[in-house]
Ligand binder design. Structure first.
Ligand code: NAP
Length: 321
């Protein structure tokens, strides 16, 4: 059993923040949220038992003071394209100074153990944090887990990257792309599943290494077949692509500067998720954590809801335009 009771989540507005609060509270943990001093957090959007903390992230003293009494930190620091992830190094130092026992850095992506994957720009800001936490572990005994859940299912199929096909499938435009043949299993995790995984991880001894989890692992061809059960097979346009070409396209976009940043990033994520040799078809540690993948009926239900939500979202975006 682990001796963790007080958990601080870093980042008030990650897609994982609310599901993780819910999962931690129902497992009996005390929960705090740490935000940057410049962020205005509306307390009414969180359960009343959650403590809201704030700190100046440039100040070790301010961070150390905010983290007093914290047993474990779950970092969902984001801000891709800013120095958000790098800000964790000071938070790790503050965690050590405040006597925090355990730290889950903001990893939460595709396989950052894989050599081909970590050469991609999308991992560039995660590697220095990995090095820093390992150093802190060796020097101070701070324990850690680097959680790899593969792609966020909802982000990939419904949310932020509308019409960008992170798993090769765009439901609103009825287009699909088979990357490197489309037969490579893609590890995916729903937001709620990641929250449950975080709880399970905190309830067990630290791995002081990588922890791999997913609740869906399907190829693009398998996912498309499931999606088409609800959209029908008519009207779909299918293309094929190769990782090397997609990465070249990403490089061209990165060179264009900030306006093409998200498209470039999405292309690299697509390759990290489903490209041959990029390792997102990893084996999970689900069993040791008491976690399991969705059964066929649950997955079908999820895909049904996803098709409805993605279609509705595209409709409302079109109406607003
Ligand atoms: N596997 C996947 O498919 C996938 C998809 C998306 C993200 N991710 C990963 O999940 C983690 C969280 O990402 P996210 O997209 O949820 O993050 P996000 O929404 O961009 O940001 C989460 C929080 O980070 C804090 N933050 C933002 N910019 C910051 C900065 N410059 N410095 C310090 N803190 C900052 C903010 O909290 P406050 O304002 O409260 O300080 C924000 O609410 C990241 O590691 C990301 O790479 C994975």
């Amino acid at each position: 059993m682990s001796s963790i009771k007080n958990v601080t989540i870093i980042g008030s507005n990650s897609v994982l923040t609310k599901p993780t609060i819910t999962a931690l509270l129902s497992a009996g943990f005390n929960v705090s949220i740490l935000s940057r001093a410049e962020t205005t957090v509306d307390p009414s959007t969180f359960p009343s038992s959650v403590t809201l903390l704030s700190a100046d992230y440039s100040s070790l003293e301010s961070l150390t003071s905010a983290l007093q009494g914290t047993d474990a930190i779950v970092s969902y620091v984001g801000g891709a394209g800013t120095n958000g992830l790098a800000s964790q190094n000071k938070i790790i130092d503050a965690a050590v100074a405040a006597g925090v026992k355990r730290f889950l850095p903001s990893e939460f992506g595709a396989n950052s153990e894989n050599k081909k994957a970590v050469a991609l720009k999308i991992f560039a800001s995660k590697l220095p944090v990995q090095e820093h936490i390992i150093k802190a572990h060796n020097e101070s005994g701070l324990e850690y887990d680097l959680v790899i859940p593969g792609l966020f299912f909802e982000t990939a199929l419904i949310h932020d990257f509308d019409f960008v096909r992170l798993v090769g499938i765009s439901i609103p435009t009825k287009t699909a792309d088979f990357l490197d043949g489309g037969n490579i299993p893609i590890s995916l995790s729903t937001y709620d599943f990641i929250a449950s995984a975080v709880v399970a991880i905190l309830q067990r001894p630290a791995s002081n290494g990588f922890v791999r989890v997913f609740n869906i692992q399907k190829t693009t061809r398998e996912l498309l077949a499931l999606v088409q059960e609800f959209t029908g097979r008519e009207g779909w346009t299918i293309t094929e692509s190769k990782s090397e070409e997609v990465l070249e396209e990403a490089d061209v976009l990165f060179d264009k500067g900030p306006e093409a940043f998200w498209s470039a990033l999405a292309k690299q994520v697509t390759v990290a998720a489903g490209g041959k040799g990029f390792g997102n078809d990893f084996e999970s540690d689900n069993e040791e954590l008491g976690l399991s993948v969705l059964g066929d009926a649950e997955l079908k239900e999820l895909i049904k809801g996803t098709v409805e939500r993605a279609t509705r979202k595209a409709g409302s975006t079109a109406t607003q335009a």
